[in-house]
Design a protein around this ligand. Sequence first.
Ligand SMILES: [Zn+2]
Length: 673
Amino acid sequence: MSEETLLGGDQEKFEFFLKEDKYRELLSSMALEGKTSLTIDFQDLYAYDSELAEKLLEKPEEMLQHFKHAAMAQLFIEDPDYAEKIKEVNIHVRNLYEYTPLREIGAKQIGKLIMIKGIVTKVTVPRPKITRACFECQRCGERQFVIQTSNILRLPVECIHCGKKGPFALVVEESDKINTQEIWLQETPEELPPGQLPTNIRVNVYDDLVNKAMPGDNVAVTAIVSANVRKSRGTKLSTCNITLEANHIELLGKEPETIPTLEEISKIRDLAKDPFIHKKVIDSIAPSIQGYEDVKEGIMYLLFGGVEKRHEDIRIRGDINILLVGDPGVAKTQLLKYVASISPRGLYTSGKGATGVGLTAAVTRSKDTGEMTLEAGALVLADKGVACIDEIDKMRDTDRETIHEALEQQTVSIAKGGIVATLNARTAVLAAANPLLGRYDPYKTMAENINLPVTLLSRFDLIFVMRDIPDAEADERLADHLLRLHSGIGRQPPIPPDLLKKYIAYAKTIKPKMTEEATKRLKDFYLSVRKKVYELPNSPISITPRQLESLVRIAEARARVALRKEVTAEDAEAAILIMIKSLRQLGIDLTSESPDIDSLLTGKPKAMRDKMATIIKLIVEGQREMGMVEEKWLLEQLENAYGISKAEAQRLIAQLMREGAIFQPREGFLKKT
Ligand SMILES: [Zn+2]
């Protein structure tokens, strides 16, 4: 008798393990849920038999076979009909004791079962893979099966009927297939050593794990590390490529991993009691950058965020978006990088798209395999965090089309190359843009100053102009500040960055509610501005519900900073004040007689806007009947029915095209975007 039989084989050990109530129940409910796999908690197995569990980590290929057979045997006891039907049970193992950092995967792990975590950056279109190929002999018509284990199709050696060496034809319909997909994981910011670029790793995914994870998801993956010998011009090299074969995928939450300890929580609570806590937080944001108090106050609101609201099918974002427009050399980039470093799930990127993917998402064809892949851009990767986008005015055209949706609905929809998907982009955006002509011109409107459409500008809750204005007093302060920095004294932030990061994470768990008083303040302010506008003859509606939503978000964020569950009148006042300041920098004075936000953002007087509205109306009506509108016809209509001269109409049409409101589907025709 062999030792194996004496001690009981591994399969038997697994069978005994599966007789525990938890797994018997799981097995017997498989049919009901239409499942073909059983998920095992590794820690259950370890508690049951640590030696067996260790062996599973060491020799996963072999041990999983035993485990599968054991599961099948047990399923025959629990539910013989279903066992007969599915013929095979897959075993997924979750919850190993530790994660292997992505950058440590190497020779030591080959052949082992490991658990890794990361952010999914891209996925390929799923495709079926033949696992057992059916071949038909072209001489006698006999069919036979060949099990396929690699990527190269294995043919039968000879016909089992006539003995000839083919030719054989593959019968795809009769072959056994499973779905496969490749996904790429990127190191999470928490695992990333400071100053290093994140590591990426490819994982092969099969069967019921296909499409389980989408770009932007945070996942824990159990996988077997395998190695293929590399090839160079037909010769095999002695170095290997490592690939991971997924065994289980689990979606992780996106809650920040910077969870404060009990001691830190009490420190945070003490800080929050300070009546000047807001000032303290503002002073702790990028302390090496002098001045810009209003900008930093805005950033504080962005970091803490408002409360997301869901009413049936409507969702109002709680995230606050801020745009910084400024002269070169005003520390915008440092500010952005600082914010990315202290926000949970913070990410810094440039609109120019150094990563090659851009801001939203892209469908690309892989160079080596030719497969279509869906890749996440910055806004998707920063889901539930903060995306800091430098030089947003230089973003690509593909991003210009999708960024509106990303900023307002906080999703990115893709329908291209056989891929149809909606990815989450629930992120606060801190963006920076350079003025079109090098320096910000206060005598021009915002739209004239930067290369961004007005429709996009309106997605930002606050816009700040950071100007490098010569100012003797400020210069002296800056000089002193720089000298202090160089002498190594520096300015110590009242709250150290590490603690601030935890403070933010902790504060975000609070969902402050508007008090009656706060609601009244915001409503009064909103109505008074609207009223001023209405009282003017022919006045455009210039303050929109969008700005009211922004005010609510900012007030909520301010309450969060003080860890309050209620939004007070003081919070509302502060929100109004920062909004007025932000608008005033754009040349809009809400305290003046005729605040006209549209006109100042767009630089268009009402008459001009009316004409543009007429053009769009005609295009929409026309394209309903004809799909698109002939420009010649449009110009005639405008001249005859509305008295707009051809020259003026052409100018307005060109302007609308620049703003992205309409486009030319082909020469001489127009369509609304
Ligand atoms: Zn034959």
